[in-house]
Ligand binder design. Structure first.
Ligand code: NAP
Length: 446
């Protein structure tokens, strides 16, 4: 069964966290100490006083075993649950074990010492427990939740774990993620190829990525896609990084094979298929690449290895375009030119190019920035393809103006759909009919 199980010192706030999380997510909350009290009809203090600790521990194991038969619950445990190896094994087999790591000084300012059986002897006892148990908590936990500040940060991280619990067998993660088209695209592919599993989305902010990865492993999520801003940060958390992901140090697809996470990148091949579908490729082309961020780096590295004749990288921040040109040369041996983003630089470069790829967010829905001038389009060869990685809106001003000038255009939807189909090939370990699936996905998105 898959549950979120909170462990940690007595008084560290596991119950408060569990209750708040349950309210936030709608998942059921179980407080083991409360269940023990209800089962025995006696308070925990009285059980300890009348029957001693071994009796209490037997009761605790019984209640834990019952609770873990449930699925998708948040369970707060008593501080000593980890003292029995049997309990630790049970918890690790039935969910994500989270060590609520609240320092003793925070606990002593949070609670009334003496209110718990093992704390009746005061702060010294708590410090002793911390010394005795810290290593055991660390060893038992899949995830350590640093909790020395406000509750909100801890709740945000645990919220990500709850997202991982509810998202299905596959998911996309990123920040923001609310309007991602990945779930409808992947679910459409799954339906077409007869996969009954489901694909969801989890909002993972920077700082919660490690928690998501621990949860994905504990819950056996079979695979996940990664979007902005985690494509680089995920790399140290993976067991292997392969192919294009290695070439451009960026991962958009992770496959979980028996608890080992393998990273791939299908963005670049996705763009290649989209270009090919529109009758274009990099071979022999003179590429004007706008932007030098993550997407631009992937395009530049792939184009350099796929026979582009010339490459000009134009970016607002010249330092970044120079850095990207250096990376391309260091990794592929291809010499690209680095420029700024002034109108003059755009025009001068346009005169020499027949393929434009916009990898800046200029013109994207929800952003209020756009190209200050599109004058440079007039200087492009008439056979030029202007490709915008943006797919919302389907036609940016850049594409509309290019169309008016009679240039060939392509938006980012093809790249998005093809990278998803290629990721699905990794997920189900089978070559798919990409062209047929592309058509089916486009239909389903209408
Ligand atoms: P990123 O790493 O944040 O890079 C953004 C780039 O845009 C940087 O080079 C940045 O220049 C430039 N930029 C931002 N605002 C600008 C402005 N006002 N004027 C001029 N340049 C500006 O983002 P990314 O991940 O590479 O994504 C870039 C675009 O590609 C986004 O629109 C994204 O949606 C799209 N994309 C599409 C797909 C797809 O499947 N279709 C996949 C990935 C990305 P500075 O260095 O000067 O800041």
């Amino acid at each position: 069964m898959n549950n979120i199980i909170l462990i940690g010192l007595p008084g560290s706030g596991k119950t408060t966290l569990g209750m708040r999380l349950s309210k936030q997510t709608g998942l059921e909350f179980i407080d083991l100490d409360e269940h023990i009290t209800a089962t025995s009809g006696t308070s925990i203090n009285d059980i300890f006083a009348q029957h001693g600790e071994p009796y209490f521990r037997d009761l605790e194991t019984r209640v834990l075993t019952e609770a873990l038969k449930r699925d998708k619950c948040i369970i707060a445990t008593g501080g000593g649950i980890v003292l029995r190896d049997e309990n630790v094994k049970l918890m690790r087999q039935n969910g994500l074990v989270v060590f609520n790591d609240r320092p003793v000084e925070n606990i002593t300012s949070d609670i009334k010492i003496g209110s718990r059986p093992l704390l009746k002897d005061g702060v010294e006892k708590l410090m002793e427990l911390d010394k005795q148990r810290r290593e055991i908590y660390l060893k038992a936990a899949h995830l350590i939740l640093p909790n020395n500040g406000g509750l909100e940060k801890a709740l945000e991280i645990l919220g990500v774990c709850c997202g991982a619990l509810s998202c299905g067998e596959y998911t996309v993660i990123g920040d923001p993620i609310g309007h991602s088209l990945s779930p409808p695209i992947h679910n459409a592919v799954f339906m077409q190829v007869g996969v009954s599993e489901s694909y969801g989305s989890v909002h993972v902010k920077p700082g919660s990525l490690e928690a998501f990865v621990a949860a994905a492993k504990a819950f056996g999520i079979k695979g996940f896609n990664i979007t902005h801003p985690h494509k680089q940060d995920i790399i140290p958390m993976l067991d292997s990084v392969n192919g294009d992901a290695k070439l451009c140090s960026s991962v958009n697809t992770v496959v979980n094979v028996d608890g080992k996470l393998h990273g791939y990148n299908t963005d670049m091949q996705g763009l290649n298929l989209s270009l090919r579908g529109a009758g274009h490729s990099y071979t022999g082309r003179r590429l004007m690449l706008l932007g030098a961020g993550g997407a631009a780096a992937a395009v530049a590295l792939k184009a350099a290895t796929e026979g582009v004749a010339e490459m000009y990288i134009l970016n607002r921040n010249l330092y970044r375009s120079s850095e990207l040109a250096e990376t391309v040369e260091a990794r592929t041996g291809f010499k690209a030119a680095a420029l700024g983003f002034s109108e003059q630089e755009l025009i001068t470069t346009a005169k020499q190019c027949d393929l434009v790829i916009n990898s800046t967010p200029l013109g994207m829905s929800g952003k209020d920035s756009d190209f200050e001038s599109l004058e440079f389009l007039k200087y492009l060869d008439k056979k030029t393809l202007v490709c915008d990685l943006i797919y919302n809106p389907p036609k940016t001003k850049l594409l509309l103006q290019s169309e008016k000038l009679g240039l060939d255009t392509l938006n980012g939807l093809g790249m998005l759909i093809y990278q998803a189909i290629l990721a699905d090939e990794f997920y189900i370990d089978k070559e798919l009919d990409k062209q047929q699936l592309y058509g089916a996905v486009v239909e389903s998105l209408k």
